[in-house]
Design a protein around this ligand. Structure first.
Ligand SMILES: [Zn+2]
Ligand SMILES: [Zn+2]
Ligand SMILES: [Zn+2]
Length: 313
């Protein structure tokens, strides 16, 4: 009996090598990130796509098991973030609270906001309201992650506690800290939208595509977060896979800029300009900058010619 316990603590049920456990942990955290970005963020908070009952129930169960986050709370806090972006009412703006606060204490900020009844009442509409939500997910919020701890310990023995700790830290660090902090502080901007949002890196893999946060704030109801040819959004790849299986219906993607010859403006043109305004402004400012730089260079050359001419006089 005693030996059995020691054996189990050392190896767990699976008796895997360390690198197998590392891969397992990465796969688990990746599924959690995918659930957050596809289900909580794009489907629930922004209604950018509709999900079939099968993936929807899977994501809800997975989020309960690995994060303990409640859909209504998450959607409310996030919708408020978009509505009040970079103001004192924004639940987690690094422009207001400072980057250190959001980066290191992002999860706490989320919890404070999620506990506010008026936030849930004002921003929580349309989130799951069925039997399992009331009886299990929003009622026993920590029991899911408790079950996950038992599963990790069973599979891997003592090291399972570390696997579990990494799983538990993943969302607070990547989503609450990195996206909400750095995603409004540091990176590049494709669009000059009104808030300080940034794209952290052009390849959205590790955080499921959420890295492209400036694109997201510009086209908040789009299911696709990548806009340029060199940008990649893995969450969008998964959505496309679900769509091809008939398990997802995409409601909106970013408008494609259509550039053609000049014609007199009509209603359609105006509509197109309004829909594409961020893309147009971005291109306009780029052209303008190039134009001014050219003019400036001409002037400098001209001035140096004048100087030469004066020397001859
Ligand atoms: Zn944001
Ligand atoms: Zn966001
Ligand atoms: Zn959002």
């Amino acid at each position: 009996m005693h030996d059995g316990l020691i054996q189990w603590l050392a190896h767990g049920y699976l008796d895997w090598a360390w690198w197998q456990i590392v891969i397992f942990t990465l796969v688990m955290t990746h599924i959690t990130i995918a659930s957050v970005t596809i289900f909580l963020h794009r489907c629930q908070a922004h209604r950018a796509l509709d999900l079939h009952a099968i993936p929807s129930h899977f994501f809800r169960f997975w989020l309960w098991l690995t994060t303990g986050m409640v859909t209504k709370e998450w959607a409310s806090v996030h919708r408020k973030h978009h509505a009040k972006c970079e103001s004192v009412e924004d639940p987690h703006s690094p422009q207001v609270l400072g980057i250190d606060t959001v980066l290191l204490r992002g999860a706490e900020l989320y919890k404070v906001e999620a506990a506010k009844k008026e936030t849930l009442e004002k921003f929580g509409h349309g989130t799951p309201d069925d039997w399992i939500e009331h009886k299990l997910y929003s009622r026993f919020t920590w029991q899911g992650v408790g079950l996950m701890l038992i599963i990790d310990l069973f599979l891997f023995g003592a090291i399972g506690a570390t696997v579990w700790a990494v799983q538990m830290l993943w969302i607070p660090i990547t989503a609450a800290g990195v996206i909400n902090g750095i995603g409004h502080y540091w990176g590049y901007r494709n669009y000059d939208c009104e808030d300080a949002s940034t794209n952290i890196v052009p390849w959205g893999i590790l955080i499921g595509g959420e890295e492209l946060h400036n694109n997201h704030h510009t086209y908040a109801t789009s299911a696709k977060l990548s806009n340029k040819w060199y940008e990649f959004d893995i969450g969008w790849a998964y959505i496309c896979a679900l769509r091809s299986l008939g398990l997802a219906k995409v409601k909106k993607v970013p408008p494609k800029p259509i550039l053609s010859e000049v014609r007199p403006a009509d209603d359609k043109t105006l509509e197109a300009i309004i829909a594409n305004r961020y893309e147009i402004m971005a291109r306009y400012s780029k052209t303008l900058k190039r134009c001014i730089a050219n003019e400036f260079q001409h002037m400098q050359e001209f001035a140096s010619h004048l100087k030469d001419a004066r020397d001859w006089l």
